[in-house]
Design a protein around this ligand. Sequence first.
Ligand code: GDP
Ligand code: IMO
Ligand code: MG
Length: 405
Amino acid sequence: MAENTLILGLQWGDEGKGKIVDNLSESTDIVCRFQGGHNAGHTIKVNGDKTVLHLIPSGILHQNTKCLIGNGVVLALDALQKEIENLKEKKISFSNRFFVSSACTLILPSHISLDKVKDKKESIGTTGRGIGPAYEDKIGRRAIRFCDLGQPEILKKKVQTLVGYHNKLLENLYDHDTHDSDAVFNELMEFKDLYEEYCVDSQEIMFEWINNDFSILFEGAQGTLLDIDHGTYPYVTSSSTTAGGVSTGLGVGPKFINKIIGISKAYTTRVGEGPFPTELFDESGALLAKKGNEFGATTGRPRRCGWLDLVLLKKAIFINSVTDLCITKLDVLDEMEEINVCINYENGSPIYKSFEGWLTKTEGITDFSKLPEKAKIYIQFIEQFVKCNASIISTGPSRNQTIIR
Ligand code: GDP
Ligand code: IMO
Ligand code: MG
């Protein structure tokens, strides 16, 4: 059997999943997204050229790699269209290599309105992309799915019912403008081309790919601590960001996942509201934000920064059955005189172990033995604490700034 690998975030997202998925896609037949939507922002840098992907799997830059958006993803067709157009401008081709599950839940403009008005009251700090309300409708069995574009008459009725429901919420609960369901329907039909070109029965093609021994990479979005069940509820996203999400979001049983790479930054960041015990409010935090260029790839919001939390990391490794750890953004710590990691909690406050900074440039190093001794000590401590080997270490945003051990 070919090796199938899951890559997912172990923190609150933005761990560098896009960069690592792109790096490993070179030698992979297929890359699939299985949850989330265009709330994700996955950055890839190749020869100085930056690409940010929100919906399209991060294997798309490799012409021989196929990409699939699985049924677990909530799909905004306008966002997808824009992303395809941007990539086509970069001479990326899509024919016979890009597929979208017919069972994807569609995000409507009224989901976006609901997300924004709800967040004004609930203060989760969502990305405002309609993700939560779309998943609510999916679970409520009233969602519009991608396959519905194939039956316009039925679609029209479904849109009337769903938008009617959204309008009641918008008007009565939030005193907000309503949406015209005919306009929503017409807008959906404008994306008929996407349906005709890319809509597939993803269960069927997954079955075929797995049985034909293609190697598959499953690309997680968000991170473990944003998981709807295992994250810092209610400050989470509305999908299963953890390993279990692959099976439901693509229709692939767990035994077909051979390797699970969990990604953690060498420190921690979080966008939006919610608990963050190791958050820094001092100069060290400001240095991480500046050196790490910590601004959200989707909303541009500044990311909150703090030390690495090994207690949470160990838990995240367990929840996902992580087999290999990947540590990213090691180079961001290059100028830190002192580096702390949380190794315990006492009365709810983090207890830190302190490391001397290496104060040497690690950016771009591709060979573990070339890292400064103090950086090796830092990594080895993390590995021993969480009982998992760091088989990938990232030392810069570019594809080749990577140590693979
Ligand atoms: P994702 O959502 O997990 O794919 O991560 P994002 O793309 O949102 O955020 C990661 C950011 O860090 C992006 O700007 C990447 O280009 C950048 N990045 C990834 N790995 C490294 C690294 O090892 N060093 C540095 N300095 N930047 C990195
Ligand atoms: P990637 O894939 C970081 C956060 C939002 C908010 C919470 C809920 O790039 O790592 P949502 O719009 O999903 O309902 O917002 O989740 N969030 C992310 N934070 N990276 C992401 O994706 C995120 N996607 C959502 O900031 O706190
Ligand atoms: Mg991101």
